[in-house]
Design a protein around this ligand. Structure first.
Ligand SMILES: [Ca+2]
Ligand SMILES: [Ca+2]
Ligand SMILES: [Ca+2]
Ligand SMILES: [Ca+2]
Length: 202
């Protein structure tokens, strides 16, 4: 006997580990009031061509002003910055060779990311910004562009990119900034924020 079932005719229908060629002996199954004596079971071995995609990580973003600051870094208001604040080595005392550290724990998902440091390259000095991951140096940037302004504004807004970095949730990152200039004017190694943009292909 071979029957076709309409959806909903049997509400509970579970098999355990049926493989192709196995025979199933139905005992108390009924179909349209008739006891089913014999049943051909077709095992569908088709592969799911649309598996649920692996969840991809989201962009992880942290404001520099929300990191743990040490050394000469302090927060400073800035209308061109995200969160309207940056961290800066400006000290107002004529010392324009300060350094400082901003650190944070990465709490995004584990995976490959492009890391983007949102900063400002002021034209009155060549500040340095270095990024470390778990105490190992990733990259050091020298901010030596001439962008037509000696302050942190829309002209000097730059993005420093470090591509294709494997990052694990819980990794510690450390940004070290060194300001540069003379006693009157300097590039104060200002940092706005950092972003981790997941790379789909990995
Ligand atoms: Ca300073
Ligand atoms: Ca500069
Ligand atoms: Ca400056
Ligand atoms: Ca900011």
């Amino acid at each position: 006997m071979q029957q076709c079932l309409e959806a909903g005719e049997i509400t509970t229908f579970s098999f355990i580990a049926i493989t192709e060629g196995n025979q199933i002996e139905p005992t108390d199954w009924e179909f349209n009031g008739e006891k089913v004596e014999d049943w051909d079971v077709e095992v569908n071995t088709e592969v799911d061509n649309n598996p649920t995609p692996t969840p991809s990580n989201n962009t992880y973003f942290i404001e520099a002003e929300d990191m743990n600051l040490s050394g000469g870094y302090r927060t400073e208001g800035n209308n061109f910055a995200s969160g309207r604040e940056v961290i800066s080595l400006y000290s107002g005392d004529g010392n324009n060779n300060d350094s400082g550290v901003a650190s944070f724990e990465f709490s995004g998902g584990t995976g490959y990311y492009n890391i983007i440091i949102d900063t400002f390259d002021e034209n009155d000095g060549v500040a340095q910004i270095a990024l470390e991951q778990n105490n190992s140096g990733l990259e050091t940037f020298s901010l030596g562009k001439q962008l037509g302004s000696n302050v942190a504004d829309d002209k000097t807004d730059v993005s420093l990119e470090i591509l294709d970095v494997f990052v694990s949730s819980g990794d510690w990152f450390r940004i070290e900034g060194i300001e540069d200039g003379n006693q009157w004017t300097a590039d104060h190694a200002r940092v706005d924020a950092i972003e981790f943009v997941p790379i789909e292909s990995n």
